[in-house]
Design a protein around this ligand. Structure first.
Ligand code: SIN
Length: 470
């Protein structure tokens, strides 16, 4: 299988004819050869996005909405095709890939419904004279850099609001999982998206391709999902052209279990918060903070559930080596292994579901994003300590908390330094909700009513007093 770049509605080879390989992480075998774009290809893609911008930005919101709605129907009708491809290139079990297809498609439906609701304001100035009007217009050509962990959903979460707002775009999917994005480009063409609105460039050298795009004054926005380290570099690169940026970066989610929690419900939620996507999610619970009175019961229930949860491989050997090194570091520092703690023999980048207790606060996996199926448990004795531990990180994407005390839940919502809080639930992700973080976890929100604003500029029009005042 050989795939090409998608530029201006045409499938084209890279200018210098180069390709790179995409592997199946379950077998380590080659799945496809993919066109390897260089800087010139990237600029061609931006040329196409810029040429399409003016006409696309003037289309009727209903027209954009209907393209998105058709794309939603097409993705749902091709669930098996998408799910099989996601599993092949990313490795998650088929059931999880189907869930990603449903999740990813939902962004298309949500933003199909948001497109006709873009609105400005018209008010009277406080002194009663001028009228104050705001007009919304598309930001302009965007660059999207998406990760490998949700190859469809992380693309639709950016593409759908951009289409709804009337922006054109260049998408650079992760080099480990580019195939799903290419299939999605086919779907959008079939749904009626005009040529040049979406351009997809695959490359094994992302920096060489995105660098010239970020330096180009025609680009107006960058949206990135990925690690904080790369996000910081992209923010710096985006500064030169003062680009609008949306950054969905790393996390270090605490999962708090209070002494009054329903422990079965907490263990059920914990398994989802930890093992959804094999732990390869920025919202994955990274640290389990459990009240000392219920720690033993919670640990036993979590370990039992994690042992039977179906896991795929990790994405590659580097990721598995990192997970393994983090576990070894914790164990060397005194942590006890309850289950797992090793990689199984054989092909594929698998790592066993792992629960660790007695983890010292100095262990690296409490401050670094694990991105694997490892649950370190530490204990606390009161709410103040729990909040202090939860906030003791540079990240602030999501927290989870289990408690039956409503007032405590509300106190946590106001005292945890986080963009999102899962209260008695292990999953927060929802296309109708504003997804995003604070501190080093990012800038901006994706999804919800907030999501489309990331793709809109506001022009303020001062209108003179219609009654002739000054
Ligand atoms: C991510 O891992 O970046 C996103 C996960 C999600 O949307 O749930």
């Amino acid at each position: 299988m050989l795939t090409k770049l998608y530029i201006d509605g045409k499938w084209t080879e890279a200018v210098d004819g180069r390709t790179f390989e995409v592997l199946d992480p379950s077998t380590e075998e080659v799945l496809a050869d993919v066109a390897d774009a260089g800087p010139q290809d990237g600029l061609h893609a931006l040329d196409a996005a810029c040429a399409a911008q003016a006409a696309w930005g003037r289309t009727a919101p209903r027209e954009r909405s209907e393209i998105l709605r058709r794309a939603f129907e097409l993705v749902i009708s091709r669930t098996e095709h998408f799910a099989t491809l996601i599993t092949a290139e990313m490795g998650k079990p088929l059931a999880e890939s189907r869930a990603e297809v449903a999740y990813g498609a939902e962004f298309l439906r949500w933003f199909a419904e948001e497109a006709p609701r873009i609105s400005g304001r018209f008010t009277t100035a406080p002194d009663g004279r001028n009228r104050l009007m705001t007009v919304k217009r598309p930001v302009g050509p965007c660059l999207f850099v998406t990760p490998w962990n949700f190859p469809l959903a992380m693309a639709t979460r950016k593409i759908a609001p951009a289409i709804a707002a009337g922006c054109t775009m260049v998408l650079k999917p992760a080099e480990l999982t580019p195939l799903t994005a290419l299939l999605f480009a086919e779907v959008l063409t079939e749904a009626g998206l005009p040529d040049g609105v979406l351009n997809v460039i695959t490359t094994a050298d992302p920096g060489a391709v995105t660098g010239p795009l970020l330096a180009d004054p025609r680009l107006r926005k960058l949206s990135f999902t990925g690690s904080t380290a790369v996000g910081k570099k992209l923010i710096a690169a985006a500064a030169d052209q003062v680009l609008r940026v949306s950054m969905e970066l790393g996390g270090n989610a605490p999962f708090l279990v209070f002494e009054d929690a329903d422990i079965d419900a907490a263990a059920d939620g914990a398994v989802l918060a930890k093992l959804r996507n094999g732990g390869e999610a920025c919202v994955a619970a990274n640290r389990f903070l459990v009240h000392a009175d219920v720690a033993e019961e919670f640990t036993a229930k979590l370990a039992a559930r994690m042992q039977t949860y179906p896991l795929g491989p990790l994405i590659d050997g580097r990721t598995r080596a990192k997970v393994s090194a983090l576990v070894d570091d914790a164990v060397d520092a005194g942590a006890q292994v309850v289950i797992g703690g090793k990689a199984p023999e054989g092909k594929g980048f698998f790592y066993d579901a792992t629960v660790l207790v007695d983890v010292p606060l100095t262990a690296k996996l409490l401050s670094e994003e694990i991105f694997g199926p490892v649950a370190p448990i530490i204990t606390f004795t009161d709410e103040q300590e729990a909040v202090w531990l939860a906030n003791a990180t540079e990240y602030g994407l999501v927290c989870f908390a289990y408690t039956r005390d409503l007032n405590r839940g509300l106190r946590l919502a106001e005292s945890l330094e986080t963009g999102m809080l899962g209260l008695n639930t292990g999953i927060v992700s929802n296309p109708a909700a504003p997804f995003g973080g604070v501190k080093h976890s990012g800038i901006g929100r994706e999804g919800g009513a907030e999501g489309i604003e990331e793709y809109l500029e506001t022009t303020y029009v001062a209108v003179s007093d219609p009654f002739g005042g000054m």
